[in-house]
Design a protein around this ligand. Sequence first.
Ligand code: DC
Length: 225
Amino acid sequence: MKKIIIAIDGYSSCGKSTLAKGLAKALHLAYLDTGAMYRAVTLYLLNNNIDYNDLDAVAAALQQVSIHFERIHGQNHTFLNDVDVETEIRSMHVSEHVSPVSAISMVRKAMVQQQKAFGKRRNIVADGRDIGTVVFPDADLKIFLVADADVRTSRRHLELASKGIDAEWDDIYKNLTERDQIDSSRADSPLRKADDATVLDNTLLSEEEQLAITLEWVRLVRSEE
Ligand code: DC
């Protein structure tokens, strides 16, 4: 069967990673969580007290950052300089700083280069903000996920609670909407729907329903080839 790339973009906490993981499992594809990479860089800057407005310091920091992924008990774990940071990168503290950090062109350039290398073998599903527009403009299927902000906040609240991370609903709502604003308005590769992406509004859909719909889209894409 022909190797494929599936690109999933959308606003914060739209369920992109849930959908990407579901598709990866069903179709035996590798999963690339590009948001985790920006989160790992942000964590490095915060842990080392590096001011991200100081571009020389950010450039030096990027030389010290190495990110890789490992599967542990069936779960994707992000490693920063060989340390498992999967839980830390999801904290509210990182969420509060990741959008300005990911708006820095130098950071984007370094991450996109690694992401493109990851996609060389194809057979991957990647999620983020610029996957269909910049990272994999030749993806076989591009999905742009949207969902109501209140529903997204409640989902993120539950997700954080399940990881033992305590956060207020209002703080999560504020963080999501602020990140949407920064991610969509930055100068370098802002979040936007690729012209050839299909929009999926999953506000009223269960995980199973959104997976079933998109698996059908994959089937159609494959039958066209
Ligand atoms: O998907 P996420 O919420 O874990 O992503 C965290 C942040 O990283 C998001 O607010 C914007 C940034 N990001 C990006 O700029 N480009 C990507 N491809 C993925 C994430």
